[in-house]
Design a protein around this ligand. Structure first.
Ligand SMILES: NC(=O)c1ccc[n+]([C@@H]2O[C@H](COP(=O)([O-])OP(=O)(O)OC[C@H]3O[C@@H](n4cnc5c(N)ncnc54)[C@H](OP(=O)(O)O)[C@@H]3O)[C@@H](O)[C@H]2O)c1
Length: 255
């Protein structure tokens, strides 16, 4: 995730020299990133030497790390799942933001949820929003909405790959190679997503725009509805959004 963010931020115009990365064990990878991206790297960081410190280790490492440092000035941002900003604020004594980006941030097409700690003020919020809007769109989240947000933004890439993967065989059977088939479906979906982002009308109306009654799109949509794609997708998202989950029953008959 840190690599995806840094790639996106550099592409957005942030100078690589203004970004410093570190890790604890894989120094070879860290040096590769310095050579490839032009970022600075350090072995032992002074967290107060930076305007913004982004923590991107696994969630169980975040609070121990925050407690191990003396925090004076930076804007503290964690991208770790299941950590709350108030916990970061209690451990650091600074205003903190929990950000939940997804991997398309690498291409500046991310969707990041921002959960502001109770100690944040307008200036901290504006800075955090600006930082993540460099690499996509943002939505303000909180304790109540974060799970649904994480499910929608974090799981959408996998859901999308599943959908694209299920459509490409129709194109390869028709004679396209795999890469072209993937490009056709993914680009068509990307364009549709772009149109959707500029629309306020209900999806039902947008479908009616492109699906003449009895025409090919309408017949295809009919199959999706007969097989309850809507029920399948909302069940998948509800499952991913569950906080305390039982093992999933995957024995559901594939349609
Ligand atoms: N992957 C996603 O799609 C995604 C989406 C949203 C949020 N997140 C969050 O992003 C975080 C990272 O996820 P990931 O998939 O990128 O995991 P990852 O591949 O395991 O990366 C974690 C990185 O943190 C480094 N690290 C661990 N402890 C450190 C410390 N004390 N100081 C400095 N660096 C440290 C690790 O390097 P060393 O082992 O070499 O130290 C490693 O490079 C997680 O908290 C996750 O919840 C991930």
């Amino acid at each position: 995730m840190s690599e995806a963010l840094v790639r996106g931020w550099i592409d957005s115009g942030l100078s690589p020299e203004s970004i410093t990365m570190t890790n604890r064990s894989d120094k070879v990878r860290l040096e590769q990133l310095r050579d490839e991206l032009g970022v600075q790297i350090v072995d032992t960081e002074d967290v107060n030497a930076y305007d913004v410190v982004v923590l991107a280790m696994q969630p169980d490492g975040v609070l121990p790390y925050v407690r191990s440092q003396t925090w004076k000035s930076p804007l503290l941002v964690s991208v770790a799942a299941h950590i709350e900003p108030a916990e970061l604020e209690a451990a650091s004594g600074l205003p903190a933001v929990c950000a939940m980006p997804n991997t398309p941030v690498a291409f500046r097409d991310g969707m990041t949820g921002l959960w502001f700690g109770p100690e944040t003020d307008e200036s901290v919020r504006t800075t955090a929003i600006a930082l993540f809007e460099r690499v996509g769109r943002t939505a303000v989240t909180d304790a109540k909405t974060m799970s649904a947000f994480m499910a929608a933004a974090g799981c959408s890439p996998a859901f999308f790959y599943e959908i694209v993967g299920s459509m490409t065989p129709v194109l390869t059977e028709a004679g396209f190679d795999e890469a072209t088939a993937r490009q056709i479906v993914a680009q068509a979906m990307k364009g549709s997503a772009e149109l959707l982002l500029h629309e306020s009308r209900q999806t039902e109306e947008l479908i009616a725009d492109v699906a003449a009654p009895g025409g090919p799109t309408d017949r295809g949509v009919g199959v999706l509805r007969a097989r309850d794609l809507s029920g399948v997708m909302s069940s998948a998202l509800r499952e991913s959004a569950k906080e305390d989950h039982e093992p999933v029953d995957t024995s559901i008959e594939r349609v």
